[in-house]
Design a protein. Sequence first.
Length: 110
Amino acid sequence: MSAPTFKELNESIYDALDAIRKRPAMYIPEPSIKQLRAFLDGYLGGLGRLRHTLRDEGDLRRFNEWVARRLGFAEPTPGWCNMILSRCENDADAFDRFFMLLDEFKKERK
């Protein structure tokens, strides 16, 4: 039996994240980094079940490593959601901090 083939979509993970940033209530119940992480896990998992992948899906793994360095965590890390949440007062603040860190990450990558 051969390995399943995946179709790479001409969509970016950043497109989905930008949509969530602009109108979070359309995607998650409240501005929450935990809800954001759950949405992304479901979104990417659903795409995978359909044998689809986003062209830059691997950026989330690189973002996780970058957040660990940026926030001073040693490897292995507990994941970007937990790392950011541990440095914020609450879940809503962590949601905002996620997007600030994401912007910084994207700027450094260019």
